[in-house]
Design a protein around this ligand. Structure first.
Ligand code: COA
Length: 388
């Protein structure tokens, strides 16, 4: 291919370049519409549970009552993790980031379950159940282990989301808080070919095992331009401190070309529909459990930023209000992204299955900008120096 034609095809960040067909999730970024398997996100978040939505994403249809009961029972049965995984986590440094702990522990699951059986439906089903069941247990376990405590065992009488909050806090959560958390999981479960899902599909395309697929996606989700932004939003709100400081903060950030965390999205030119729902969930939390002062700062920031950045199509994204909800639920800030992973594992697994259904290994090309072929020189004759 000539240089001229490759230059025409080259899109940094693959912006707007389709790399697969997919029937999982659709985004209309101009209208602010999002649907999973054809169902609007608003309906799913209002009426479904997270496990129901995970089932929908992974197998393509909403489950019947019996299918959901069976799936919930299977997930419940596989919530515990081996003492070997817990012992391994006890060797992790307590100061390490929980996303790194999660990436390592998710990858370690591959050591326990036989590899390379991805062509067997039972292996696929079991892997889906195990990953959805065990990831919350591992996130909660590291939280306790790093505080020098023993992990809390899952409780069979609690549903998926309530059980996670229980394992994290050693308290049975208020049912309204547990339902709000479950709705947060629904909102984060899938979002087409974002960086971590693309990473999952690239890894899946090599036909490796699903634990490696999820571990690679967790590593990708950890970055501040992706899932890590939700941590930074709260830090930013605290730095702004009060609504009166919002305009100064914004003008300075814009003049320095700094990004406002929780704003902007490659797909949306309007407010992210998940941000609208999360804002409502934050208000429900505050009405029941008391307000968070940072909410006023967030609202003032949204107003000012929307008028300054709105003309460029930059509005709040999913990360803008989620941290305020999580903080009110008692989730520590550096667990916000692992909580995102608990939910997004459903989307990653849906893409894993879809990728295997019509697989071709990913192997893009590049435009080489390095040296022309040149002669190797002995050490004593070299004069070119680089500063590493
Ligand atoms: N604050 C201020 N300006 C922003 C912005 C933000 N959060 N996001 C994008 N922009 C501006 C850029 O400065 C750039 O302006 P320019 O054309 O004048 O140079 C323009 O919008 C395009 O930005 P770009 O970074 O190229 O867009 P992208 O599609 O590559 O990036 C994100 C999308 C999400 C990475 C980006 O919006 C961002 O970094 N947001 C903050 C982090 C965040 O909240 N991430 C969570 C995403 S769910």
């Amino acid at each position: 291919m000539s240089n001229e034609s490759t230059e025409i095809l080259f899109r940094p960040g693959l912006e707007g370049v389709p790399v697969t067909h997919s029937a999982i999730c659709d985004i209309d970024g101009n209208q602010g519409n999002l649907s999973y398997r054809g169902y609007p996100i608003e309906d799913l978040a209002a009426h479904s549970t997270f496990l129901e939505v995970a089932y929908l994403l992974i197998w393509g249809e909403l489950p019947t009552q019996q299918q959901l009961r069976d799936f919930e029972a299977e997930v419940q049965m596989h919530r515990r993790v081996s003492f070997r995984v817990r012992d391994m986590m006890k060797c992790f440094p307590a100061t390490g980031h929980p996303m790194d702990a999660l990436q390592s522990s998710a990858a370690s699951l591959g050591l326990f379950y036989s590899r390379r059986a991805i062509d067997k439906p039972q292996y696929v089903y079991d892997a889906v159940v195990r990953l959805i069941a065990k990831i919350p247990t591992m996130v909660a376990a590291f939280q306790l282990i790093r505080k020098g405590q023993d992990p809390i065992q899952p409780r069979d009488d609690l549903a998926y989301s309530a059980n996670f909050l229980y394992m994290l806090t050693d308290r049975e959560p208020d049912p309204i808080a547990a339902r709000i958390f479950d709705r947060c999981l629904i909102l984060h479960a899938e979002h087409s070919l974002n960086a971590s899902t693309f990473s999952a599909r690239v890894t899946a395309s090599t036909l490796t095992d699903p634990y490696a697929v999820v571990a690679s996606a967790v590593g990708t989700l950890a970055g501040p331009l992706h899932g890590g932004a939700n941590e930074d939003v709260l830090a930013m709100l605290e730095q702004i401190e009060s609504p009166e400081n919002v305009l100064d903060y914004l003008e300075e950030a814009i003049s320095k070309k700094s990004k406002i965390m929780g704003f902007g999205h490659r797909e949306y030119r309007v407010k992210d529909p998940r941000a609208t729902i999360l804002q409502g969930l934050a208000e429900e939390m505050f009405a029941r459990f008391g307000k968070d002062d940072m909410y006023d700062v967030a609202r003032a920031l949204e107003d000012e930023a929307s008028s300054l950045l709105g003309p460029k199509g930059i509005y709040p994204n999913v990360d803008f209000y989620s941290g305020l909800v999580y903080r009110k639920l008692g989730i520590p800030r550096d667990l916000f992204t692992p909580v995102f992973a608990i939910s997004r594992v459903a989307g990653w697994l849906a893409h894993w299955r879809e990728q295997l259904g019509a697989n071709r290994i990913f192997r893009p090309s590049q435009i080489y900008t390095g040296k022309d072929m040149r002669a190797w020189s002995p050490l004593e004759d070299r004069s070119i120096q680089v500063d590493p």
